[in-house]
Ligand binder design. Structure first.
Ligand code: NAG
Ligand code: NAG
Ligand code: NAG
Ligand code: NAG
Ligand code: NAG
Ligand code: NAG
Ligand code: NAG
Length: 872
């Protein structure tokens, strides 16, 4: 006991020493607050950072935070020397002038750039005199989107150093009542559990997150640079009436429509899958997995079709067929055998999908086309405009087209435009180990149509946002905002007309939830209207050309300026104290070639813009005007991450747009080897893209190998079990594939799989494997939202001849020296070790354990090569 206490103290002391070092000659963030207020799904978040220059010289102090891509920055200001310096939103051209002037004076500009799937980075800096302070305050606003039955507010906390006074306050106010609220995200871990307080009282909820300085250094993903991660507040509201919530105030209204007590409409869905050469490898594999999951989820009264295409079109069946067991089995076999081939004829494939749906009776059902592609059209019709007009002609507003752009070589703007022209949305699928989950996740959002041809009617309303929606899906929400003509509430009557299964339905119970909020919320409802209107105008602009485009653009610009939104049409100009640089902050835009920023219609849930939206990084004006190559930008972002030592998987993935993949930093995976008594376990790192021999049991003809994940440093991506001569079981985070002789079966559910004397049982996040006297468990853990596998040997075979990394005997060592550094003695060998820690993935909720870190060879007592296999 006594020894343990001493060790803890030493450990704590080390941390303190280390953390004071970088700050000694630097600036100090003494307070960092994030305050988010959500009223009727509209979130306004204020980040306030107070920084002191503790130096005897003036110092350039940086403010760098990450905000959701869907948000508009609406305010930024700095307080220096008893004076506020306010950012001003200006039209891009005006801002550009100011910027150019600044550059010509040798000054630089700040920037907002896109990081990861959901975040954008805002960055600026200011020079602060010796022993003076600065306060940065950034405000952004966003309308939370309901997806799969919940709203998510993402808060990214990354102050760049441990902060004494770090607070995240979230206040949610929903008049309809809050149904449930949860806190998720990378920061919501056990280590930080006691820093999070959640209070929920019917219509209101509060989440407070006040981590201590120590917690900020030791949490998952955090380090000497302090906290770095997300807090995601997940909630939904009660829905009493089918017409939904209508809030009105000062002449504006917002209507949230999400009826839930409707029965599903059978759907007719055609999947159009790209199998061109560029899809080969992991992308194709993930597509196959996702497709099989999706097929498993089809209901018996759904009809479906499956088309794959490269330069040719391949049908599974020429017409839509019912999703009965026999057809599904056959379709799954077809899906399993999709192979990547040659070039891409998008035009012919989508037209064929439309033909199949057009040929199928639509009464009482909802039709959908889902296109998955990873590239440009390269064969058949390749003129983008002609493809768009062909597709539009053949679909003729009869059903929505959803386009999924896989990876970063895709012409996303083309897909986006084509989706919007056909009542759908485009979504990016990030090339990442969870791509199959992204595909399945998108499908889930549209899997349950409840209404089609939804028309939202507002007598006495004007300046409405989008009112016609081709389909409404379970778990989503339609939001419409507008003005009330002459603010005359008496004559304002909302009504929704739609088709449910095969009958027309009207929703119009006006008395229940029409809510008149006082003047407190005046600006709030008006801002929701402005936010939605700007988002939709930006989208509309994408579809138009000529004078119409200019008009829409002008309208969007005027509103952005009026409501002070930083959109792709505006910039924020931050004027600093005399003699300092002027910053011009732009919102990045999708694709980087047109002005259109893709943020989606209110329904279905919008497209998340992506990595491509990296705006030019200005380097002290050397490169002059914006529009410098994307290549440089990519490196900028990349360096940023690597330098900051916070390569989280999303960011990393996105930064990998650099053409040369050799810049890929190999991941280290940490393994633990426990001891039989209670002394500290040993740990060691295995680095790089390797396949390991997990277990080899020659007498039973059993061998198990695993491939380490290359995206997250958690554990294994795939594990393969070979048993006897003809049984092969492959496990990944989603699917268990069994090959017995010539028969291949795939299991995605909570199946019991038996094959000879091998049994595999999957229960939720745990896969049990038993083969004779050997029993192992494969856990499915998650890190940064990415699943990985971790195998544990539960029953050591009696046989002495068993080898492999999970069959290592418990560690036996003696501590022989403690100063100046610790040495352990293992089998007559003295080994230098350092104290470290590791996740114990052999447990469902992995705790962090302290351990003695040493080289892999020292632990294994032989070369790692003996544990490496070339083939799974
Ligand atoms: C957060 O913002 C709200 C609304 O602006 C304000 O009422 C509240 O006092 C703020 N809370 C904190 C802790 O700053
Ligand atoms: C819609 O989703 C909810 C849960 O999110 C579920 O309870 C309900 O049964 C679903 N409705 C249909 C028709 O599937
Ligand atoms: C709202 O609509 C009226 C006409 O119905 C129009 O005159 C007015 O300019 C519109 N307001 C805005 C802010 O678009
Ligand atoms: C919306 O749909 C209705 C009928 O369904 C139609 O009359 C109206 O023109 C549509 N409005 C728009 C803006 O497309
Ligand atoms: C509207 O309110 C009246 C009186 O409170 C009630 O009788 C009626 O049923 C309500 N209508 C609906 C559709 O709820
Ligand atoms: C564990 O066993 C080793 C070797 O037998 C011994 O040196 C060590 O003191 C033991 N540790 C504890 C905590 O019992
Ligand atoms: C281990 O394998 C050797 C041959 O490779 C065999 O002679 C020996 O009996 C085996 N040991 C056990 C315990 O099965």
């Amino acid at each position: 006991m006594e020894r343990a206490v001493v060790q803890v103290t030493l450990f704590g002391l080390l941390l303190v020493l280390a953390s004071t070092l970088p700050n000694k000659d630097d600036w100090n963030i003494y307070s960092f607050h994030i305050n988010s207020t959500v009223t009727s799904r509209y979130a306004t978040t204020v980040i306030t950072s107070r920084v002191a220059n503790r130096m005897d010289d003036s110092k350039e102090i940086e403010f760098q935070v990450r905000i959701p891509k869907n948000a508009f920055i609406s305010k930024f200001r700095m307080f220096i020397d008893d004076q506020w310096y306010d950012g001003v939103v200006k039209g891009k051209e005006k801002a550009q002038q100011q910027y150019t002037e600044a550059v010509s004076h040798g000054q630089s500009a700040g920037l907002v750039s896109s990081v990861g799937r959901t975040l954008e980075e805002f960055k600026t800096s200011v020079t602060v005199a010796a022993h003076k302070k600065v306060t940065f305050e950034l405000t952004y606003e966003e309308l939370l989107k309901r997806k799969l039955g919940k709203y998510e507010l993402q808060i990214h906390a990354r102050p760049m150093q441990p902060v004494k006074d770090l607070k995240v306050d979230v206040y949610i106010n929903e008049k309809a009542g809050i149904n449930f609220i949860e806190v998720k995200g990378g920061l919501s871990t056990k280590a930080l559990a006691n820093a999070i307080t959640r209070t929920h009282a019917d219509k209101q909820a509060w989440v407070y997150f006040y981590p201590t300085e120590d917690q900020q250094k030791t949490c998952d993903g955090c380090g000497e640079q302090g906290m770095n991660g997300d807090l995601v507040i997940v909630y939904d509201v009660n829905r009493d009436t089918s017409l939904g919530d209508i809030k009105t105030s000062a002449g504006y209204f917002v209507h949230h429509f999400a009826p839930s007590s409707l029965s599903r409409i059978p759907k007719n869905v055609v999947f159009v899958i790209d199998q061109s050469g560029s899809m080969s490898g992991r992308k194709m594999q993930q597509t196959r997995i996702a497709l099989i999951h999706i097929l498993n989820d089809l209901a018996e009264d759904d009809h479906f079709g499956l088309i794959t295409f490269d330069s040719n079109i391949f049908h599974w069946k020429r017409e839509l067929v019912q999703a009965n067991k026999k057809n599904l089995e056959s379709a799954k076999t077809f899906a399993q055998n999709i192979q990547a081939r040659t070039t891409t004829d998008i035009n012919a494939a989508v037209l064929e999908g439309a033909r199949m749906l057009n040929a199928h009776p639509r009464e009482g059902s909802a039709s959908i086309v889902i296109l998955l592609t990873d590239g440009d059209p390269t064969s058949g019709e390749t003129n983008l405009e002609r493809i768009q007009s062909n597709v539009r002609r053949d679909i003729a507003d009869k059903f929505p087209l959803y386009c999924l752009g896989f990876g970063h070589d895709v012409n996303f703007e083309f897909l986006e435009k084509m989706s919007l022209q056909n009542n759908g949305v485009a979504r990016r699928i990030y090339e990442h180990s969870d791509a199959d989950l992204q595909l399945k996740g998108f499908y889930d959002e549209v899997a349950t149509p409840l209404l089609t041809d939804v028309t939202m009617i507002y007598n006495g309303g004007t300046n409405l946002t989008q009112t016609n929606f081709s389909q409404y899906y379970n778990g989503s929400e339609i939001v419409v905002a507008g003005q009330i003509t002459d603010n005359d509430i008496e004559t304002f009557t909302p009504q929704v007309v739609a088709i449910s299964r095969d009958r027309k339905v009207t929703f119009s119970d006006t008395n229940a939830t029409m809510e008149y909020t006082g003047t407190d919320f005046d600006s709030h409802i008006q801002r929701v209207w402005a936010y939605l209107t700007v988002k939709q105008l930006l989208e509309k602009e994408l579809l138009l050309s000529g004078p119409e485009k200019e008009n829409v653009k002008k309208e969007a610009l005027e509103l952005s300026l009026k409501y002070s939104f930083v959109t792709p049409l505006t910039s924020m100009v931050v004027t600093k104290p005399l003699g300092e640089k002027t910053d011009v902050l732009h919102k990045p835009k999708e694709g980087g070639t047109t002005q259109g920023h893709s943020t989606g219609v209110p329904f279905p849930p919008p497209v998340q813009p992506s990595w491509a939206s990296i705006i030019p990084a200005f380097h002290n004006g050397l490169q002059g005007m914006p529009g410098i190559s994307r290549f440089t930008d990519a490196y900028d972002v990349f360096d940023d991450f690597v330098g900051a030592d916070d390569v989280d998987s999303d960011d990393y993935e996105d930064a990998m747009i650099v053409p040369d993949k050799t810049t890929n930093v190999p991941l280290s995976h940490r393994f633990l080897l426990k001891t039989e008594n209670l002394s500290l376990p040993l740990c060691f790192d295995v680095t790089g893209d390797v396949r390991l021999k997990l277990l080899h049991h020659p007498n039973r003809e059993l061998s198990v190998n695993g491939e380490l994940d290359t995206v997250t440093n958690g554990g294994f991506r795939r594990i393969v079990i070979h048993f006897k001569t003809d049984l092969y079981v492959e496990v990944d985070t989603n699917v268990i594939t069994v090959r017995e002789g010539q028969t291949l079966t795939r299991h995605t559910g909570q199946d019991l799989i038996t094959a000879g004397s091998l049994t595999v049982i999957r229960r939720n996040k745990e896969i049990d494997v038993a083969a004779g006297d050997t029993r192992m468990v494969i856990y499915i853990h998650e890190k940064d939202g990415v699943g990985f596998l971790w195998p544990v040997l539960r029953q050591q075979p009696l046989d002495n001849n068993v080898t492999g990394i999970i069959a290592l005997k418990p560690a036996v060592y003696e501590e022989v020296q403690q100063t100046p550094s610790t040495k352990l003695k293992i089998k007559d060998q003295e080994i230098d070790v350092t104290r470290s820690n590791a996740f114990d993935y052999s447990i469902v909720s992995p705790p962090t354990l302290d351990c003695w870190l040493m080289s892999v060879e020292s632990v294994l007592q032989r070369h790692l090569d003996d544990f490496i296999v070339t083939q799974l």
